[in-house]
Design a protein around this ligand. Structure first.
Ligand SMILES: [Zn+2]
Length: 440
């Protein structure tokens, strides 16, 4: 049999090709370029591939598709723990907006690099980000090697980055031109919320996304306050209001979707809107609990996000999956709701569907080589009957051993390859002191 060249061979005790698939014992993944060339038993894959570097995790390694964080604000790691235990509006207006007024491009880059370090350590290979000075986020992502969907936040009012929403949309168009064709970075159009963007601005965002064929990201129905405010202003729920403006569609990834009526759920399903569920942020800000079982039953694609580190307070998708699986069970007193497999799917296969990227979220020939190795050889991870259960209910970020994105090792044996972590931690602490936001 002729042997095919590969760049990287990952051998593992268990390979989980996708959440609902049967795990392969003593399995292997062959990577060539940025994509997966083969997945299967080690004996077969190794017999057919040569010349590759071997990552040997036969003892205790569990390989699974990289996790995608479908909603975050990466640079907000700088505000982690700054103002906790407050209602969303007071938290945002009295603490976060004033802190953000002091943002600079350098701080955004620094916070992003910290976020990337944290996310890689949690088994995250890609993330959807909305923030200010988003080009700095793109530069860091380009250098660090993660995959990302990035949008400049669009608001009615001036931000430290841009004087108006129109200027932020112009920046979005510029970013789309500058980063178009990048193998790992995709630009999105990001009107912030229905209550921070006037109807005309929402429509301009919609038109730009249509003209450039870009996905859109927004926050939707995060709180009851938002529903009351939008109903007062426009006589409709936020979902119905965005629908009237022509924003609901498969192009839109809507974060939160907590305060929905049954009619809103029907509308989101009918329009094929994709939802980024952020359970820990919603719990911490007491916004409520998104009706995930109802959304899933209606056929809505539901993904998982951590939201920013100022409202979570971590970017750990492993713990987010755990919360997403347990929350509906407790709320409805029904242990069958949102299984471990479904929670893992939200962060992998469903994220791929939501982002229109069928080559992500699973390990298969032709798919992107975004994969994670967890070390099962630990007291809290043995025995391992069901890998998906282990990942959702028992694994922690410290268990992640290796991370590969587009065929490149970003973490090897718990060492970050593309980030100088010691340097970043020192610089972040120094920047936080200089910002002078909290107690010294
Ligand atoms: Zn958010």
């Amino acid at each position: 049999m002729s042997r095919v060249r590969a760049d990287l061979l990952v051998r593992a005790e268990l390979v989980l090709p996708e959440p609902a698939a049967a795990p392969i014992r003593d399995g292997a993944v062959a990577v060539r370029g940025g994509t997966i060339a083969a997945v299967g038993p080690w004996a077969e894959v190794s017999a057919r591939h040569e010349g590759a570097r071997l990552l040997d995790r036969k003892s205790g390694g569990l390989v699974f598709p990289g996790l995608v964080n479908a909603h975050t604000h990466a640079p907000m790691t700088l505000f982690r723990g700054l103002a906790d235990d407050l209602p969303l509006k007071a938290w945002l207006e009295d603490h976060i907006f004033p802190a953000e007024a002091r943002l600079t491009r350098e701080l955004v880059a620094l916070g992003t690099e910290l976020a990337c370090a944290e996310m890689i350590r949690c088994g995250t290979t890609g993330f959807v980000d909305m923030y200010l000075f988003e080009e700095e986020v793109a530069r860091v992502v380009d250098r660090v090697g993660m995959r990302a969907w990035l949008g400049e936040g669009v608001f009615d009012f001036p931000t430290p980055a841009f004087p108006s929403g129109r200027a932020a949309l112009a920046e979005t168009e510029r970013l789309a031109a500058a980063w178009g064709g990048h193998p790992r970075i995709t630009i999105t159009v990001d009107p912030h919320t229905p209550y921070t963007c006037a109807p005309e601005l929402m429509e301009a965002a919609r038109d730009l996304a249509g003209r450039l064929d870009l996905a859109m990201v927004t926050h939707l129905a995060e709180t009851r306050w938002e529903v009351e405010e939008i109903t007062r202003r426009h006589g409709k729920t936020p979902a119905a209001y965005l629908d009237a403006l022509g924003l609901l569609g498969e192009r839109l990834l809507a974060a939160h979707c907590v305060a929905l009526t049954p009619e809103d759920i029907r509308l989101l399903a009918e329009r094929d809107v994709r939802v980024a569920h952020c359970p820990e942020s919603n719990l911490k800000l007491a916004s409520g609990i998104a009706p995930v079982p109802e959304l899933l039953a209606a056929g809505v694609i539901v993904t998982l996000g951590t939201d920013g580190a100022a409202s979570n307070n971590d970017l750990d998708l492993l713990s987010e999956m755990d919360t997403a699986a347990k929350l509906p069970k407790g709320l409805h007193r029904d242990p069958t709701l949102v299984s471990a497999t479904e929670a893992l799917a939200m962060a992998t296969t469903q994220a791929a569907r939501a982002l229109h990227r069928p080559d992500l979220g699973r390990l298969a020939p032709g798919a992107a080589a975004d994969l994670v190795v967890v070390d099962l050889d630990q007291a809290h991870l043995r025995p391992c009957y069901h890998p998906a259960s282990q990942l959702v209910y028992a694994a922690r970020s410290g268990d992640v051993r290796d991370v590969v994105v587009a065929g490149r090792l970003l973490m090897e044996d718990r060492h970050l390859v593309t980030i100088d972590e010691t340097d970043i931690l020192a610089r972040v602490d120094r920047a936080a002191r200089e910002l002078g936001l909290g107690p010294a």
